[in-house]
Structure formats: C-alpha cells, structure tokens
Design a protein around this ligand. Sequence first.
Ligand code: S3P
Length: 197
Amino acid sequence: MARQSLRRDRAAEAPRRASCEPSSLTRTVFFVGFMGAGKTSVARRLARICRLASVDMDTYIERCEGKKISEIFAERGESGFRALEARVLRELAAGDPLLVSCGGGVVVTSDNRAVLASDAGFTVYLKVSADEAKDRISDLSTRPLFTDIESARLRNAEREPLYESVADATIETAGKGVAAIANEVRRVLEREGVLCR
Ligand code: S3P
C-alpha cells in the first residue's frame, strides 16, 4: 500500500478549523469496538475539536483499492479483506501519531491484537450492544458481516473479550451521543498523557 495514499487520505480527512487550541498526541490512538459503536464519528469529532489528524481504516482501504468494503468482501472474501486490514494497521502503527478508527473486526487476528496492545499506541474500546449498534447503522448493506441481529449479538459477544484484551481504556457508549463520547475520550487521553495541550 503506497505511502502516498496515506498522505492523501490524511489530507482528505484533515481536521476542520475549530475554536480550541491545537493539541498533540504522544502516541497513535486506535478506536476499536463493534460495528456501529461510533468509532469513525468519535475519532472525526475529536480530530475536529482538538485539531488532530484522523484516518478511518475502512475509508483508507476503499481509497487504496478503489472499491467499497462490500465489493472487497464479495470479490476476495473475509480473508482477503483481513489481509488488507492487517497491512494498513501495521502501516498506521508505524507512522506519526494520529487518531485511527479501526474496522470492528480488527481484533479477530492475534497479530493485529499484538499491534493494538503494544505500548507504542493507545487503544480506546467504544463499547456498544449489537441492538443499539443496529439502530445507529443507517445502511446495513455497507456492513457485510452485520446480516441479522441474532448473529450480530453472537459476534459481538465473541469479540467483547478480544476488544477488552487490547483496550487501554473502555468507554460505555449506551445512550450517549458522539459529542459526549468524544469529550469523555478527550478527558481519558489527557489524564493518561496521550493528548497534550
Ligand atoms: C467489520 C466491520 C466494518 C468493516 C468490515 C468488517 C467487522 O467496519 O471493517 O465490514 O468485521 O466487524 P466498522 O466497524 O467501521 O463498521
């Protein structure tokens, strides 16, 4: 995956001007959690209010491949998608500190979990139930692995210990909006010395 694409992606997702002072990160922050947990929205919100760079892994993969995630799954299957995802995770983990919203399944491989658990980054688990996630996802056709609520509940239950195993911080998102979650994350990152003003 070309380095150039990452630069383009960062520029495309560059934070918009906000009224607060620019902040800086001491480590890359990875957002993990089930589909619909709000990883992308929260990372973007935080990027905007703190004037930081953010990258969404799925968007990055789509741009690099010139295809939607659903097309990648249809053409290469889950294993083909996971190989791309693993490569992007490593690339982002090796780069400058930024906010990274990961795909919900990033924790299924032990190699990825090792990257997320490493002290080089800081991993925030946004916790959500499958039922609440379903209500938050406007178009389920964009999530090839969210087919029905029963299997989503099972999948989330299987993954919860994996998310927890890599998390430096866990944030319960039930009943909260994006702004409230982003503020909570900001406080945690400041307290942990990951976000400095
Ligand atoms: C997946 C989650 C999706 C995307 C792909 C697989 C998963 O990302 O990476 O459809 O396995 O949970 P979001 O969590 O951003 O929906």
